[in-house]
Design a protein around this ligand. Structure first.
Ligand code: SAM
Length: 307
């Protein structure tokens, strides 16, 4: 059995077709020895892992994920990779990845301190701080992410995290085992903070792009960082995917099933599939139904081809 088939089988046995998984409520899987995202992240891909793995190329040299967010796909198949490059343009997130990679135990100690002190007053006190020390900054990001409303990363116009405290009775602030397994998975990984088109993959490499989705309506509009991901950015991403394809790089890309996205990815070299994923960004629980999204590849996928 190939390694990819093995990983797919293991994953499929954890998450069955009938599971009503909410991508934001991933702590159900915290007893696993395999790493999973150490933060809840808007647009996290844990619920789509099965589909993403099934549509990846069979052979990969290096792996690039330049909108890494919580890194669901990377942590879902990292064993298969000899070399990976993870990046995002969110500096605090990439400082957190680096802290986990370099000194997870120091980070765990800081998180334990947050756990001991956690209450409403403490949350808002930590929220208004901006530590200089990278480990304190990483611990603050994880602490706020685990205790804030819906686990959303959202900043105001001056770049300050501004999400109110969540209503969790007993938030799991320190997941020591997962931080250690994430650290091990990141051992040989290059971590960088930059724009998505600053990567330089070569022929035979594989890139997964998971950008902020183009809104399908006003309600679904979500801000990830201070700067919005505009229509021009979506076109820049599509052009970059074509440039990579011409270099012999294989590209897989997720986005919403918006008319605009359907339109810009029309024709060669793109293959499009509509897939269904449970989402968690919507604030109203009764609106958390699975939504359709697009999976786009520059190579022939396994099924449901819609060109
Ligand atoms: C949909 S999320 C990725 C979710 C991720 N796949 C996961 O499983 O958690 C999009 C990410 O893109 C990042 N981002 C937004 N604009 C970017 C840009 N221009 N260049 C690089 N990263 C960007 C955001 O910070 C965010 O983490």
């Amino acid at each position: 059995m190939s390694e990819l088939v093995y990983i797919q089988k293991r994953l499929f046995s954890q998450i069955s077709d009938d599971d009503e998984l909410d991508c934001g409520d991933i702590d159900n899987y915290s007893d696993s020895d395999e790493p999973y995202p150490f933060v809840k992240w808007a647009g996290g891909k844990r619920c789509l892992l099965k589909i993403l793995l099934a549509n990846m190329p069979n052979r990969i040299n290096s792996y690039y994920e330049p909108f890494v967010g919580g890194g669901a796909l990377f942590f879902g198949f990292h064993q298969r990779l000899s070399k990976a490059y993870l990046s995002d343009n969110n500096p605090e997130l990439m400082i957190t990845y680096t802290a986990i990679k370099k000194d997870p135990k120091r980070l765990i100690e800081l998180l334990k301190n947050h756990e001991v002190h956690h209450n409403k007053e403490y949350y808002y006190d930590i929220r208004q701080q901006q530590p200089d020390d990278p480990y304190e900054l990483a611990a603050r990001l994880i602490y706020l992410n685990k205790t804030c409303y819906n686990g959303l990363y959202r900043v105001n116009k001056s770049g300050k995290f501004n999400v109110p405290m969540g209503t969790y009775k007993n938030p799991r602030i320190v997941d020591e085992n997962n931080i250690l397994t994430c650290s091990a998975a990141l051992k040989n990984v290059t971590l960088e903070c930059h724009e998505f088109d600053s990567i330089n993959p070569k022929s035979g490499d594989f890139v997964y792009f998971d950008p902020p989705y183009h809104p399908t309506d006003v309600i679904n509009f979500t801000k990830y960082t201070q700067a919005d991901f505009t229509e021009q950015d979506q076109v820049r991403l599509k052009d970059f995917a074509i440039t990579l394809h011409k270099k012999g790089v294989k590209v897989m890309l997720s986005n919403s099933n918006a008319d605009f996205i359907q339109d810009i990815y029309k024709g060669r070299p793109f293959y499009k599939q509509v897939v269904r994923a449970p989402r968690f960004v919507n604030c109203k629980k009764d609106k958390r139904n699975p939504v359709e999204e697009l999976l786009i590849t520059t190579y022939k996928p396994q099924k449901n081809i819609d060109r």
